[in-house]
Design a protein around this ligand. Structure first.
Ligand code: F6R
Length: 242
């Protein structure tokens, strides 16, 4: 595992975007795994800037998002479909039919999870996966206690996760109780992982992750077993003192 220490969120976003773009540029038909939440917003802005400045085309890229809430339609302002369109897809030339986000409105959610895994498999797998870190150690929406063998599945969100995400729902609506998330095994099968960690509120979680004890009670710790993980963390996130 490689740890890149940066000063602040701006630097984290810039360096994260550069790393991701470097990977994309190496590949003919890159498959990327994307995260939502506060952390990657700056990175997505940097990618849009790069696209506008250099004309780098995303026409050959395929993307898979980690997760989506259950019960929110695609055009709901709080859905991750909406987030991705708003923060990235509407501003670059990545064809929307090459972007995958789990369908949280599917009638048969179990079938949707299987379909999602199959879509990933059809592409040959994810080349580079972006991750954020939950304050409780989750990656994707894989909450503490989840099996390291988990595949894409329906997750019941912890109260702490719903609270942490409540600020996104300021325009109305409650944080849904469930989501579909790529599983730990699905994440571990990706070729390269970039984990972004920013801010003082992540300091405890980051210190626990860096301490290295691998446990299902803190799902992110499985990443120590992945062959190619780069963690980019800012000073605030690295500031935990016992
Ligand atoms: C988002 C996701 C989550 C977030 C994590 C951190 O798609 O899968 O694991 O990455 O909850 O969220 P933020 O960045 O909002 O602190």
């Amino acid at each position: 595992m490689k740890l890149i220490k940066v000063k602040n969120y701006q630097e984290l976003s810039k360096i994260g975007a550069e790393l991701l773009i470097d990977e994309l540029e190496k590949l003919k038909r890159p498959v990327i795994g994307l995260a939502t939440g506060s952390t990657p917003e700056g990175l997505y802005s940097e990618i849009i800037k790069y696209h506008k400045k250099t004309n780098y085309s995303f026409k050959n890229v395929v993307s898979f998002n980690l997760d989506e809430y259950i019960g929110l339609p695609e055009d709901d302002i709080n859905s991750y479909h909406y987030y991705m369109n708003d923060k990235l897809f509407n501003h670059i030339d990545l064809p929307l039919e090459q972007t995958y986000v789990p369908n949280g409105m599917a009638e048969d959610l179990e079938a949707e999870c299987i379909r999602y895994e199959e879509e990933i498999k059809k592409t040959g797998g994810i080349d580079v996966q972006l991750l954020g870190l939950g304050v409780n150690g989750h990656i994707g929406f894989n909450e503490p206690g989840i099996s390291f063998k988990s595949r894409t599945q329906v997750i019941t969100l912890n109260e702490s996760t719903r609270n942490a995400n409540a600020h996104f729902f300021s325009s109305g609506g409650e944080v849904p109780k469930q989501a579909i998330s790529m599983g730990i095994k699905s994440i571990m099968e990706t070729n390269k992982i970039i984990l972004l960690v920013s801010g003082k509120n992540k300091a405890y979680a980051l210190s626990k992750f860096l301490a290295g004890e691998i446990t299902e009670e803190f799902p992110a710790t499985i990443l120590h077993k992945h062959k190619d993980v780069t963690v980019i963390a800012d000073e605030a996130a690295l500031s935990y003192e016992k």
